[in-house]
Design a protein around this ligand. Structure first.
Ligand SMILES: NC(=O)C1=CN([C@@H]2O[C@H](COP(=O)(O)OP(=O)(O)OC[C@H]3O[C@@H](n4cnc5c(N)ncnc54)[C@H](O)[C@@H]3O)[C@@H](O)[C@H]2O)C=CC1
Ligand SMILES: O=C(O)[C@H]1O[C@H](OP(=O)(O)OP(=O)(O)OC[C@H]2O[C@@H](n3ccc(=O)[nH]c3=O)[C@H](O)[C@@H]2O)[C@H](O)[C@@H](O)[C@@H]1O
Length: 525
C-alpha cells in the first residue's frame, strides 16, 4: 500500500489538468459547471463497491452524535454505533436528556436508538464490528508548542487512528469527519500502515461536515451538498461509492460530490473561512454605519439582493463565536505560513482580528454610553450561547464581553435559556483555579429568567439572538419598571424594535446604527 504515496503527489496535478483556467464562467453559472468538471458524479462511477452494514463513529460530540443519529434513522438496515471515551457523555446519549440541545434531535434519536443506533464507551468493540469508521473527534487549536494559538491539535485524531490500527481485524474504510488541515489523511495512512496487522487494507476518505449548530438536524436532512474526498484509485473510488450509498439513503445523488482528498479537506477550511469573512466584512461596515448614520441592516439587505452576493451570513453582530470559525481560520493561517505564503496568512488572520475588534468596539460603546464608567453598575447579559438554539458556549462573544465588563468593575447578571450554570462558571474561570471562581462569583450571578437578570440593572446587553429576547416575546414594559434609570439596552444582534422600546423609555443602542444617547461633554466643546 505504500506505493500509494507517490501517486498522492501526482493526484493534485492530474486534477488541475482537468481545469480550463482560461474559460470565463458566466455570471449565472459560475459555480455549477466548475463543480461538475472537478467532481466525479457518483452515478458515473460504475465501480463495484462494498455494501456498508455496520458503522462506528468515534466521537459522540456535536458532530458525531447528530450526524450518525441521522445516518441511523435514514438507514434502518445499517447498524450505527457511536463510541466515546467520555462515559458521562455516552450515558447522556442513552438517557432522556441528551448531552446537546439541538431542535429535532430528540425525535431522531428516539426513532433509531436501540433499533440500529447505539451509544457506547466500548471503542474497541465499535471498531472491530464496523465496515466503516467515522473519526469525529475534536481538533482544537494547539495551546502549547510549535504552532500554539494557530495550528490544529491533531492529538485526538492520531489517538483514534492508532486505536483503529491496533484493534482492526478486517479491512476498514476510515472517514475523516473532523475538520483537519490539508493532507491529514496522509498522516492517518502512515499511522495505519505502520501499526496495523498485515494484510488489512484501509481506505481513507475525507467527508467534512457542514452542519451548523442550532440547525443541525435540518442541515443534515437537507444538505446543500455532501462532500466525499478519496484517492483517485480504484480502491479509493470504490470506498467513496460505499459511503455515498449510505448518504443516498436520503440525499439526492447529484448532491453527493466526490473529489480528491486534499481538495475535500481544504474545502472545509475554505467554506468556514469564507463564511466568517462575510461576517467580519459586514461587521467592519457596521463600524462605518455607526459613524455615518447608515443602517447596517439596510446595507446588508441592499448588498444581499445582488444574486452574486446573496443574503446569508450578512447579519452584523457583536462578533462571531462557535468552536470552529476562529479555529479553522487560524488553522488556515498556520497552513499558509507553513507553505511560505505570508501574504495569504495575513489576509485570513485579519478576519479573526476584525472579530476581536468588533467585541472591543461594542464594549467601548457600552462603557461610553454608561457615562464612561461601569464601576458598581449592574449589567444584565441576555444570552451566553454563541448563537440561538444551542447550549454551546465555545468561543461565545458573551464570554469576552463579560470578561471586559468584569475588568471595568461591573456586576453582571447572566441569563441564557439553554446554557447550564456549571458551563458558565467554567467559561469564566481558568480550570481548577478555585480562588478565581470565588472572585468571579463576587461580580457575576446567573439569573433564572430575563426579568430577574434585568431587575435593578443599569443596562441590558443582548449577546445571543434567542427569539425569547425579542420585543414581541418579553414584557419590556415590566422590565423597564424594574431597571435603574436611564435604562439602557444594547442590542448586539439587531433583534429589537428600537423605536418601540424607545417609546417605553429605554435608551436603545444598536450595533451598526448610529449612537442615540449620551453624547460625551467633549463632543459639545
Ligand atoms: N461543532 C460543530 O458544529 C462542527 C464541528 N466540526 C468538526 O467536527 C469535529 C468534532 O467537533 P465536535 O463534535 O464539535 O467536538 P466535541 O468536542 O463536541 O466532540 C468530540 C468528542 O470526541 C471524543 N473523543 C476524543 N478523542 C477520542 C478518542 N480517541 N476516542 C473516543 N472518543 C474521543 C471526545 O470525548 C468528545 O466527546 C471537529 O474537528 C470540528 O472542527 C465540523 C462541523 C461542525
Ligand atoms: O465547522 C463548523 O463548526 C460549522 O461552523 C459554522 O456553523 P456554526 O458555528 O455552528 O454556526 P453559524 O450559524 O455559522 O454561526 C457562527 C457564528 O457566526 C455568527 N453569525 C452568523 C451569521 C451571520 O450573518 N452573522 C453572525 O454574526 C453566529 O451568531 C455565530 O456566533 C458553519 O456555518 C457550518 O457550516 C460549519 O459546519
Amino acid at each position: 500500500m505504500s506505493n500509494l504515496v507517490p501517486k498522492l503527489e501526482s493526484l493534485a496535478v492530474s486534477v488541475t489538468n482537468q481545469l480550463k483556467p482560461n474559460e470565463e464562467p458566466t455570471r449565472e453559472g459560475a459555480i455549477t459547471p466548475r463543480i461538475n468538471r472537478l467532481s466525479r458524479p457518483l452515478e458515473a462511477i460504475d465501480i463495484p463497491h462494498k455494501k456498508i452494514n455496520s458503522i462506528c463513529c468515534i466521537g459522540a460530540g456535536y458532530v458525531g452524535g447528530p450526524t450518525c443519529a441521522v445516518i441511523a434513522a435514514k438507514n434502518p438496515h445499517v447498524k450505527v454505533t457511536i463510541v466515546d471515551l467520555n462515559a458521562a457523555r455516552i450515558a447522556a446519549w442513552n438517557s432522556d436528556k441528551l448531552p446537546i440541545y439541538e431542535p429535532g434531535l430528540d425525535e431522531v434519536v428516539k426513532t433509531a436508538r436501540g433499533r440500529n443506533l447505539f451509544f457506547s464507551t466500548d471503542v474497541e468493540g465499535g471498531i472491530l464490528d464496523a465496515d466503516l469508521i467515522f473519526v469525529s473527534v475534536n481538533t482544537p487549536t494547539k495551546i502549547k508548542g510549535i504552532g500554539a494559538g494557530f495550528a490544529a491539535d491533531l492529538g485526538y485524531v492520531e489517538s483514534a487512528t492508532r486505536k483503529i490500527a491496533e484493534v482492526a481485524k478486517s479491512d476498514k474504510i476510515v472517514v475523516e469527519k473532523s475538520t483537519v488541515p490539508c493532507r491529514t489523511a496522509q498522516s492517518m495512512r502512515y499511522i495505519l500502515e505502520a501499526n496495523a496487522k498485515p494484510d488489512i487494507k484501509f481506505d481513507i476518505l475525507s467527508n467534512p461536515e457542514f452542519l451548523a449548530e442550532g440547525t443541525a438536524i435540518s442541515d443534515l436532512f437537507y444538505p446543500d451538498r455532501v462532500l466525499i474526498g478519496s484517492l483517485d484509485t480504484e480502491s479509493g473510488r470504490s470506498a467513496a461509492a460505499s459511503l455515498a450509498d449510505v448518504y443516498a439513503g436520503w440525499v439526492a445523488r447529484d448532491q453527493i460530490i466526490t473529489m480528491n482528498l486534499w481538495s475535500s479537506e481544504l474545502s472545509k477550511l475554505a467554506a468556514n473561512a469564507i463564511l466568517a469573512q462575510r461576517i467580519s466584512s459586514i461587521n467592519a461596515l457596521s463600524a462605518i454605519c455607526e459613524a455615518t448614520g447608515a443602517d447596517i441592516d439596510e446595507v446588508s439587505y441592499a448588498c444581499g439582493l445582488d444574486s452574486r452576493i446573496g443574503p446569508k451570513f450578512l447579519k452584523a453582530s457583536v462578533g462571531f463565536g462557535g468552536s470552529c470559525f476562529q479555529k479553522d481560520i487560524l488553522n488556515l493561517v498556520y497552513l499558509s505560513e507553513s507553505l511560505h505564503l505570508p501574504e495569504v496568512a495575513t489576509y485570513w488572520k485579519q478576519v479573526v482580528e476584525m472579530n476581536e475588534y468588533q467585541k472591543r468596539r461594542f464594549t467601548n460603546r457600552v462603557i461610553s454610553c454608561l457615562f464612561n464608567t461601569l464601576t458598581g453598575k449592574k449589567i444584565a447579559v441576555f444570552g451566553f450561547a454563541f448563537k440561538k438554539d444551542t447550549g454551546d458556549t465555545r468561543e461565545s462573544p458573551a464570554i469576552t464581553l463579560v470578561n471586559y465588563f468584569r475588568e471595568e468593575k461591573a456586576y453582571i447578571s447572566i441569563y441564557d435559556p439553554q446554557v447550564d450554570e456549571a458551563q458558565i462558571w467554567m467559561d469564566l474561570t481558568e480550570p481548577g483555579v478555585v480562588d478565581e471562581t470565588e472572585a468571579v462569583k463576587r461580580q457575576v450571578s446567573i439569573a433564572a429568567d430575563p426579568y430577574k437578570a434585568a431587575a435593578g440593572a443599569d443596562a441590558i446587553v443582548i449577546c445571543t439572538e434567542w427569539n425569547e429576547f425579542r420585543d414581541t416575546a418579553l414584557d419590556y414594559q415590566q422590565i423597564y419598571k424594574e431597571m435603574k434609570k436611564p435604562a439602557f439596552i444594547f442590542d448586539g444582534r439587531l433583534i429589537l424594535d428600537a423605536k418601540k422600546l424607545g417609546r417605553i423609555g429605554f435608551k436603545v443602542e444598536t450595533i451598526g446604527r448610529p449612537r442615540t444617547t449620551f453624547v460625551q461633554t467633549t463632543d459639545f466643546e
